[in-house]
Ligand binder design. Structure first.
Ligand code: ADP
Ligand code: MG
Length: 348
């Protein structure tokens, strides 16, 4: 966990900006031919691998988007990269490069920043993307991180939010709700630790949930899988805020309604068990929890046979005509309107 800077020899201010950038980035090696010039000049030079380029930026503020109380810096570095790559994947594209800007207060020493960059490097290697630039500056308080991800895609193959057609099937990758419960587990441990600092958390039972919260993955594998299966989704988005909010985005942008079937939503048994422990509805965790970073997309009905056998993909519903509303069909066949928070519960 994060330690305050004790040794002045390792303080960032004594190092100077150029030495610091060098210390943090020297182990990064470019992996892609398309990274013609990376770190070390006024700007990076990239040579696109496909006709269309995708660019996406996220800003992460300490205390707002992350809490170093339970987020180890290495995980933070990993997550800062993967959640950005997820946005590129959500366009059905392959991420290729990132740039990373950080602002840190003198609370952070060199070792702490190296931890953070170790996580960044692991993510870059895992996803075969190159860190090609960034900026480093001081802040008066806390840590701010900005990541820009770059990717490329064949012309006409990018999947936007507005491309769904009436009757298209709604598909989700992986399973939902785990990252939210992972957060609940970490919060519970933090509160116990506040009153008893000798408390040793036993997180084994919840390992999957905590991992989904601390180490989310971008579903680049799904983009590759869809290409292999020759499926070109009509619309796509990644699930950062919860299924309910994301499906509403697709409906709004595509000017359609939808029906989602509660019993089709993929939920891991650990999520069901832990939701019960917290007296939460597992479906609500999936609908409103967020941070799962799975892909939500639509395909034409003709493409159903291409994906139906795949254990990583679940068909959870379909798009309905314009102005028909977004509905969740419950296990008891009740219909409830989906709201960004989950659903309007007519049932209790
Ligand atoms: P400039 O003065 O032109 O902004 P910098 O000294 O900020 O240049 O950066 C020098 C090089 O190091 C540039 O290639 C820049 O992209 C890269 N760089 C700076 N900070 C970071 C960082 N935190 N992570 C990765 N690369 C960085
Ligand atoms: Mg600079």
């Amino acid at each position: 966990m994060f330690e305050e800077s004790k040794s002045p020899a390792q303080s960032v201010s004594s190092l100077g900006e150029f030495k610091l950038i060098d210390e943090l980035t020297q182990s990064f090696k470019n992996q892609l031919k398309s990274s013609v010039k990376g770190i070390g000049d006024d700007a990076a030079i990239l040579e696109p691998t496909h006709e269309q380029i995708l660019v996406s930026t996220d800003l992460l503020i300490e205390g707002v988007h992350f809490n170093l109380g339970y987020m180890p810096l290495k995980h933070l570095g990993y997550k800062a990269v993967t959640v950005n790559l997820s946005d590129i994947c959500a366009m059905n594209a392959i991420p290729t490069q990132i740039t990373l800007a950080i602002a840190v207060s003198n609370r952070f020493n060199l070792d702490a920043l190296k931890e953070f960059y170790a996580g960044v490097e692991t993510a870059c290697k895992t996803y075969k993307v190159d860190l090609v630039g960034g900026d480093t500056t001081s802040s008066t308080k806390g840590m701010t991180i900005s990541v820009t991800a770059i990717g490329s895609v064949e012309k006409e193959k990018a999947c936007r939010r507005d491309g769904a057609k009436e009757g298209d099937l709604i598909v989700v990758s992986g399973d939902l709700g785990a990252a939210y419960l992972g957060f609940q587990i970490l919060e519970r441990e933090r509160k116990i630790f506040e009153v008893n600092e000798h408390h040793q958390p036993d997180l084994d039972l919840y390992a999957y949930l905590v991992e989904r919260q601390l180490k989310p993955e971008a579903r680049k594998d799904i983009v590759e899988l869809l290409k292999q299966l020759d499926v070109n989704p009509s619309s796509m988005i990644d699930i950062s805020d919860g299924l309910a909010s994301e499906i509403k985005h697709l409906c709004k942008e595509s000017a359609l309604g939808c029906k989602i079937y509660e019993d089709k939503i993929p939920i891991d048994p650990t999520v069901v068990r832990t939701a019960e422990e917290f007296k939460l509805d597992p479906s609500l965790c999936a609908l409103s929890g967020g941070e799962d970073y799975e892909l939500l997309f639509s395909i034409s009905q003709e493409d159903y046979t291409k994906i139906k056998a795949n254990p990583n993909l679940s068909v959870i519903g379909h798009f309905t005509g314009p102005n028909t509303g977004c509905y969740l069909v419950g296990r008891d066949e009740s219909m409830a309107e989906i709201t960004a928070q989950g659903w309007d519960s007519f049932r209790d």
